[in-house]
Design a binder for this molecule. Structure first.
Ligand SMILES: [Zn+2]
Ligand SMILES: [Zn+2]
Length: 247
């Protein structure tokens, strides 16, 4: 499940450039720090992005995105106001709802294009679509008793001036502290060291993260008899249709 490793420190790891496929975990008291490699960033709507970035600058794209949000609100308001008027045909509502939905979808697409623009724009030489991702992106997760944070560090290299930029951020990955299991659920868990059932407790709230359509819950168990600690990870698929708007 996890390995105690000397590569836990991100800076040391980057300096020594040691290659690890598995995640590593460093623990001090109740703080766990997980580090591991992740994939290169994938941008959606790549061909549309390339076309729009070549045609427009950042400011224009931002304005376009805002115009479509305003358009969505205006159409939605117009449709709602006319809802009170009984003489309006059903087609008007259907068209109104469709048009406001299309506007918000276009605005979200432009937001994606903007992200691609910012990721690949070189501030050093001012070229668009200049940065390419290099090296190994590292995901670092810090979990303590009441808090769970996650950051991804990526390295970008400009193909025109050779400038290397290292950026660290949460990348819109949703994280939260989950709820501990009810005691009844713990009764059946057996300690992996002394094999006694009924002695295992959760010693801190679980870490929950959502990546793509996966919700991953990491739980921390401890045996009250022998003191053995164990970490387990569960993965479930999120039904996106249950949410109003997927990202
Ligand atoms: Zn450059
Ligand atoms: Zn035990």
């Amino acid at each position: 499940m996890y390995h105690q490793s000397e590569f836990g420190n991100l800076e040391t790891y980057l300096l020594e450039k040691k290659y690890i496929k598995n995640n590593s975990c460093e623990q001090t008291l109740d703080v766990h720090i997980f580090t591991g490699t992740v994939e290169f960033k994938r941008h959606r709507f790549k061909s549309v992005s390339l076309f729009l970035i070549n045609a427009f600058d950042e400011k224009t794209l931002e304005i376009m995105s805002k115009i479509f949000v305003l358009l969505c609100i205006t159409i939605a308001l117009g449709t709602t106001i006319n809802f009170l008027d009984n003489e309006t045909s059903e087609w008007f509502y259907i068209l109104g709802i469709m048009a406001s939905l299309v506007s918000i979808i276009i605005s979200l697409c432009i937001q994606n294009v903007l992200e691609y623009y910012q990721d690949t724009f070189c501030r050093e030489c001012g070229n668009k679509l200049a940065y390419e991702e290099i090296g190994e992106p590292i995901m670092k997760e810090t979990s303590n008793l009441g808090d769970y944070t996650l950051t991804v560090t990526r390295h970008w290299k400009c193909r025109y001036c050779g400038n290397v930029d290292t950026r660290e951020g949460p990348e819109n990955i949703f994280t939260e502290k989950g709820k501990m299991l009810p005691v009844i659920h713990l009764k059946n868990i057996e300690c992996k060291k002394c094999s006694l059932p009924g002695a295992v407790v959760e010693f801190k709230k679980p870490d929950v993260k959502e990546i793509g359509n996966k919700r991953i819950t990491r739980r921390y168990y401890k045996c009250t008899l022998c003191g053995h600690e164990d970490i387990s990870e569960d993965e479930e698929t999120i039904n996106r249709s249950a949410y109003a708007c997927g990202s």
